[in-house]
Design a protein around this ligand. Structure first.
Ligand SMILES: *Cc1c(COP(=O)(O)O)cnc(C)c1O
Length: 775
């Protein structure tokens, strides 16, 4: 069947308009978390049932078959998933938009829980071959590392020769990207694999008897695309990471240049025909690499090359957390990329010259905006200086960029800054992931919402319709049963599908505050022991997410969740009302099962820390109700649904930022003044967890000794209040289903189709006939 689909795809690819006269967009991202493709394609082509029945005649169960497909874990979480949603929406919108990334041999580790702890297994996703990729050895590019740069003067011009470099062969593997209702626009996701330039061993070393040297050269090269760094939100500062970054940038730009030249346009018009988008700072070497190509290979002068570069490149910032802003030590950088370093130095020199003239007295601004400082290269600074557009991913985040993180740049280049609120592919996370809800929606308002998610708003006429709301409740109940079945089969635990499903699935990180959720559950537990009637109904708390293997604190949080789960399970007085499950190995496929089954969406990050969030949007379109802080896109979700249809609590971003800059927060004061909070915090270390010993001391210390960086204690009370209100709403079934319907109806603006329409018009300046017709 895959073969059949591939045939169709290559046929359609031939139909894809030869792109001579269209602008090409290249989306550079270190991560693409694309999820499984087979079922998604069947749904998009509207042949799933046909295929299911035909296979059944052959005694093949389609679902079993679908399970065979690997879910490529070529990303950590939100950032990589965003890139995948964008690929879909670009294909849907009729944009010639292509992904450029790395074909990691091993993706993000597979998570197993053993004795409550996370353990990591290698994700060998290529072990049975990957059917959707096509190796294109003929399109390989040589990437050059290390060596020396010789400068010569020829015809009065400086020319640069890169000598004694170590060549690495970048071999592309292409994955076709198709979307719904657009068979004549098939785009490409190009992932690069690193190989030795010659497929032979280094025979010089080999003949000298230096077998190790010969093998290690080879494996040193292959190491570049060997494995994805498993850190979400933190830079690793390792040479191999910088190698990966330059590798896919140089390979991608090499192949873009090659195809641009085939089109025979003047080089001076490059930015009219090509847009290069860089997803976070990881691909920011696109800026000096494009300069290098234009100057060293094409013979342009600096100024012309700079104009072309800046006009072609646009940049998305994804985080304001200082530990995630990439910096490279000058020595490491210079040694690995000598020519690129020279170009970065020159960009920095010229920029400082400009600011020194324009802001003569503002020493602070001149210092803050330089690229090279304290022996390090600041990649975000290079990105802002070398691109024509800088965007944040939600309105609050963009405001923080303008007012704080990049405030000096905002004074210099105000015109570059803009907001593009993230979105998610509603055809994957609603149409495909929630077939019953999709059928119900289509029955009610017709199929137009698949192409234009904003038509979901037409559902509002059913807000008071008891029979429709009842059907909505049945769909949710069915989806919960499906998840219960999955958990039983894969983890052995029995969940109660009649209980309320309260879900927090995302990477485990201090700023996302899984800890706040845990403290809430501990508090509910303590209350129930005192008063069995303190909580109406029964509750299942569902957690899922991976911790970076080196992030000890996050791993302890996982252990805490599992320890509390066990403690509750053993306590007969509460287990009818409370249950916790930690879902192993949260990934896109599991997400497709979880988002549709949730009643409650936990989006409780410390305000200002979550740039946008996209999980929040997936939950919303599947009818879950958000309890959350005014952070990231939660702010816009609240604006869309109104404050009656969401449960908001906690410090505002401004308050958090003010505390961080001016001080004044003392977590110990709260600990001493709030008895029920103190009880929960003490229980981390006082023997409440019989098996734990000192295991959770680091968490206790983070809250009291280190003054609770993420304001968990500060938001505890308001979180509980909001939770109580939510409980109340939930007990009124009809009211709750109305909330749910309202959230679905208002979720259309969070489709990545809307996001891509904005990127296309305002940043890339490409025509999108499809989207234009909606305006
Ligand atoms: C959407 C998604 C995320 C991002 O979730 P947030 O709640 O926004 O952090 C992470 N991982 C996977 C697998 C996803 O599908």
């Amino acid at each position: 069947m895959v073969l059949l689909l591939k045939e169709t795809i290559s046929f359609n690819r031939a139909l894809t308009k030869n792109s001579i006269s269209t602008k090409q967009v290249y989306y550079f991202s270190m991560e693409f978390l694309i999820g499984r493709l087979l079922r998604y394609y069947l749904v998009n082509m509207e042949v799933e049932e046909l295929v299911r029945e035909s296979l059944a005649e052959l005694h093949i169960n389609l679902d079993d078959l679908l399970e065979q497909e690997a879910d490529p874990g070529l990303g950590n979480g939100g950032l990589g998933r965003l890139a995948a949603c964008f690929l879909d929406s670009m294909a849907f919108g009729g944009i010639s938009g292509h992904g450029n990334g790395i074909r990691y041999k091993y993706g993000l580790f597979e998570q197993k829980i053993r004795n409550g702890f996370q353990t990591e297994l290698a994700d060998n996703w290529l072990k049975n071959d990957y059917p959707w990729e096509i190796r294109r050895a003929d399109k390989s590019v040589v990437v050059k590392f290390k060596g020396n740069v010789q400068t010569e003067c020829a015809d009065g011009k400086l020319v640069f020769y890169h000598e004694d470099y170590e060549p690495v062969l970048a071999v592309p593997y292409d994955i076709p990207v198709m979307s719904y209702d657009n068979p004549s626009n098939i785009n490409n996701l190009r992932l690069w694999s690193a190989e030795p330039v010659s497929n032979e061993l280094d025979f010089a070393s080999f003949n000298r008897g230096d077998f190790n040297q010969a093998v290690s050269l080879r494996s040193g090269v292959e190491a570049i695309s060997y494995i994805l760094y498993p850190d979400d939100c933190s830079r690793s500062g390792k040479e191999l990471r910088l190698k990966q970054e330059y590798f896919f940038v140089a390979a991608g730009l090499g192949s873009i240049m090659r195809s641009f030249k085939k089109r025979n346009f003047p080089l001076g018009d490059f930015s009219r025909w090509v847009s290069i988008h860089i997803n976070d700072t990881h691909p920011v070497l696109c800026i000096p690499e494009l300069m290098r190509i234009l100057i060293d290979e094409e013979g342009l002068g600096w100024d012309q090359a700079w104009n072309i570069t800046v006009n072609s490149i646009s940049f998305t910032n994804h985080t304001i957390m200082p530990e995630a802003l990439e910096k490279w030590p000058v020595n490491l950088f210079k040694n690995l990329l000598p020519r690129i370093y020279m170009i970065v130095e020159e960009i920095d020199r010229r920029f400082k010259e400009r600011t020194a003239k324009q802001f003569i007295d503002d020493v602070q601004l001149i210092q803050n905006t330089q690229i090279i400082a304290d022996g390090h290269i600041q990649m975000a600074n290079l990105a802002v200086i070398g691109s024509s557009s800088v965007n944040g991913v939600a309105s609050l985040h963009t405001m923080i960029l303008k007012q704080r993180v990049f405030s000096d740049y905002f004074r210099i280049f105000g015109y570059k800054f803009n907001n593009k609120t993230n979105g998610v592919n509603h055809r994957r996370f609603l149409l495909a992931a929630n077939p019953l809800l999709s059928a119900l929606i289509t029955e009610a308002i017709g199929p137009g919402w698949k192409k234009n998610a904003e038509e979901l708003e037409n559902l509002l006429i059913y807000r008071e319709d008891a029979s429709f709301l009842e059907k909505l409740a049945q769909v949710k109940s069915h989806n919960k049963t499906q998840l219960v079945k999955y958990v039983k089969e894969n983890q052995g635990s029995d969940l109660d599908s009649q209980s309320m499903f309260d879900v927090q699935v995302k990477r485990i990180h201090a700023y996302k505050r899984q800890l706040l959720n845990i403290l809430k559950i501990m508090h509910l537990y303590n209350q129930l022991l005192e008063n069995p009637n303190s909580l109406p109904g029964s509750h299942t708390f569902i957690f899922g997410g991976k911790a970076a293997p080196g992030y000890h604190y996050a791993k302890t949080i996982i252990k805490l969740i599992n320890t509390l789960a066990e403690k509750i399970h053993k306590e007969s007085r509460v287990r009818e009302k409370l249950q916790i499950v930690f879902l192993e190995n949260f990934n896109v496929s599991l997400g497709e099962l979880v988002y549709p089954a949730a009643d409650i969406s936990e989006q409780i990050s410390t305000a200002s820390k979550e740039a946008s969030g996209t999980g929040n949007m997936k939950f919303m379109m599947n009818g879950a109700i958000t309890i959350g802080t005014l952070d990231g896109a939660n702010v816009e979700i609240k604006e869309a649904v109104g404050e009656k249809n969401i449960f908001i609590f906690g410090l505002a971003a401004e308050e958090v930022l003010r505390y961080s800059s001016e001080g004044g927060y003392k977590s110990l004061d709260l600990y001493y003044s709030n008895q029920s909070l103190r009880l929960c915090v003490d229980q981390l270390v006082n023997g409440f967890f019989e098996t734990a010993g000192e295991e959770f001391r680091v968490i206790f210390d983070s809250l009291l000794l280190y003054n609770d960086d993420y304001f968990v204690l500060r938001d505890f009370d308001t979180y509980l209040e909001a939770y109580k209100k939510l409980q109340c709403s939930y007990t009124d079934k009809k009211h709750w289903q109305g909330l749910s319907l309202f959230n679905i109806a208002k979720s259309g603006i969070f489709s990545s189709d809307r996001t891509i329409r904005e990127y296309a018009k305002q940043i890339w300046k490409v025509n999108t006939r499809r989207f234009d017709s909606y305006i």
